[in-house]
Design a protein around this ligand. Structure first.
Ligand SMILES: *[C@@H]1O[C@H](CO)[C@@H](O)[C@H](O)[C@H]1NC(C)=O
Ligand SMILES: *[C@@H]1O[C@H](CO)[C@@H](O)[C@H](O)[C@H]1NC(C)=O
Ligand SMILES: *[C@@H]1O[C@H](CO)[C@@H](O)[C@H](O)[C@H]1NC(C)=O
Length: 241
C-alpha cells in the first residue's frame, strides 16, 4: 500500500471511530468533568453536573445549583425544588428536603406530591406516605391535629370527612416510625428534616471509563451511559500527524 492510501485509510478509521462513539461531544464544557461540585457540606461528581461541572458531565436530570450566599445546594426533581442537606458519595444517598416546606408546610398552595423518578432514585423502606390536611374549618374537631406555624388547623388523615372540611390535601413522605397519634402536632418539623433517597445509577461503567482516561456522561436522551474518549482520540490523532 502506498503512503497516500495509508493516509486515506487512517482518515477513514478516525471518522469511523468518531462516528461510533455513543455520544460524540464537541462541547468544551467536557473539560470540566473532573472538577468537583462543592457547596457548603455537599461535594459531588458524576452523575451530577451544575456550576463548575458542564452539562455533559452528568445525568440531564441531576443538575445541582449552589446558592453562594447560603451555601445551600438545590436539585430540581420532577419540577419540585429540593435542598440537598447531605450527600454520601460512598453509600450514594442524598438527604433531601422540599424547598417549599422550609417556611411553612401549610403555606404550600398548589400541592404537588413528592415523587422520585424510579429510574434514578430508590426510596428507602424507612419512609411511608401519609395524607395530611391543612386549612381545616376551625368549627370542627380533628383527631391527630396540628397547628400550622402560620396559624390554621391541619390534621393527618383520619376520616373521609376531612376531605370536605379541609381545603388543602397533601400526600407527604415521613419516616416509617412516625406515629400520627403522638406526633401529628410536630409534622411540620418532621417534614423539614427531609428524607433520604438512594441513587440507582450504576457506578461501575463510569469507574471503568475513568481508568481508560475517558469522561463519564449520558447521551442526550439520558437513556444510556456514555464513556467519552473524544479528547483521548483527538490527542492520538494529533500525535500521529
Ligand atoms: C459559604 O462557603 C464559603 C466557602 O467555603 C465560606 O467562605 C462562607 O463563609 C460560607 N457562607 C456561609 C453563609 O456559610
Ligand atoms: C425544573 O426543571 C424544569 C426543566 O427541567 C423546568 O421547566 C422547571 O421550571 C424547573 N422547576 C423549578 C421549580 O425550578
Ligand atoms: C386537637 O387534638 C387534641 C388532642 O387530641 C384535642 O384535645 C383538640 O380538641 C383537637 N383540636 C381540634 C381543633 O380538633
Amino acid at each position: 500500500m502506498d503512503s497516500s492510501a495509508l493516509g486515506f485509510s487512517f482518515v477513514i478509521l478516525v471518522i469511523i471511530l468518531f462516528h461510533n462513539l455513543p455520544c460524540t461531544l464537541s462541547n468544551p464544557a467536557l473539560l470540566s468533568c473532573d472538577s468537583v461540585f462543592e457547596c457548603g457540606n455537599v461535594k459531588a461528581k458524576f452523575p451530577f453536573w451544575g456550576e463548575n461541572r458542564g452539562e455533559p458531565c452528568g445525568h440531564p436530570s441531576l443538575k445541582l445549583t449552589c446558592d453562594r450566599v447560603s451555601n445551600k445546594t438545590s436539585l430540581n426533581i420532577s419540577n419540585i425544588l429540593f435542598n440537598v442537606l447531605h450527600m454520601d458519595n460512598t453509600l450514594k444517598t442524598l438527604k433531601l428536603v422540599r424547598q417549599d416546606y422550609s417556611l411553612s408546610f401549610c403555606s404550600v398552595k398548589s400541592f404537588t406530591e413528592t415523587k422520585f423518578p424510579t429510574k434514578l432514585f430508590e426510596q428507602s423502606l424507612d419512609y411511608k406516605n401519609l395524607i395530611v390536611f391543612s386549612d381545616c374549618d376551625p368549627h370542627f374537631h380533628y383527631l391527630e391535629n396540628f397547628t400550622c406555624s402560620e396559624g390554621g388547623i391541619g390534621s393527618v388523615y383520619h376520616s373521609g370527612n376531612y376531605y370536605r372540611l379541609c381545603r388543602t390535601i397533601s400526600k407527604v413522605v415521613v419516616p416509617a416510625g412516625f406515629v400520627p397519634e403522638k406526633e401529628a402536632w410536630n409534622i411540620e418539623n418532621v417534614l423539614k428534616k427531609g428524607i433520604e433517597v438512594k441513587l440507582k445509577i450504576n457506578e461501575r461503567p463510569c469507574q471503568k471509563c475513568l481508568k481508560t482516561g475517558g469522561f463519564c456522561s449520558f447521551d442526550k436522551s439520558a437513556t444510556q451511559f456514555c464513556c467519552n474518549t473524544v479528547l483521548l482520540q483527538g490527542r492520538l490523532f494529533f500525535l500521529s500527524k
